[in-house]
Design a protein around this ligand. Structure first.
Ligand code: DAT
Ligand code: MG
Length: 139
């Protein structure tokens, strides 16, 4: 059964390039409602924990360094079928393979510095959202 929430981050590359506003506009105009949002920076330790599932992959060190290299925007988004619809909106992990018009096609630099995160399942959306937000920070 599809749930109605997903979790996203605007990653350090997109923040540094000045794309926060454009990306949030695209998210909101695509029918997602922001129910929690935070401008913050991950320590290397926190980034390592967030991406622990990828710890055996060759790019893990690079990923952790990148995700802790500057501020990010973390948010929980609400929409019917949120996880699947948001993955469609962001496009493929590698922006050169992302559908035209998707957030990664528009704003990502490369497969590692790819502008946004989107949860891949309802279960991970809940885990990732609670990594950043207390229940009292969700509206
Ligand atoms: P996604 O972010 O599309 O869910 P993923 O979960 O497979 O992709 O990987 C998590 C992040 O790790 C991804 O957003 C960027 C980085 N990454 C993935 N594949 C990579 C690769 N081949 N080289 C460098 N970084 C990679
Ligand atoms: Mg993923």
């Amino acid at each position: 059964m599809a749930t109605n929430r997903t979790f996203t981050m605007i990653k350090p590359d997109a923040v540094q390039s000045g794309y926060i506003g454009a990306i949030l506009e695209k998210i909101c105009s695509s029918g997602f409602r922001i129910v929690a949002m935070k401008y913050t920076r991950l320590s290397t330790e926190k980034a390592g924990q967030f991406y622990a599932v990828h710890s055996s992959r060759p790019f893990y060190g690079e990923l952790v360094d990148f995700m802790s290299s500057g501020p990010i925007v973390a948010a929980i988004l609400e929409k019917e079928n949120a996880v699947e619809d948001f993955r469609k909106l962001i496009g493929a992990t590698d922006p050169s393979k992302a559908e035209p018009g998707t957030i990664r096609a528009l704003y990502a630099r490369n497969v590692g510095e790819n502008a946004v995160h989107g949860s891949d399942s309802d279960e991970n959306a809940a885990i990732e959202g609670s990594f950043f937000f207390a229940g009292t920070d969700i509206f």
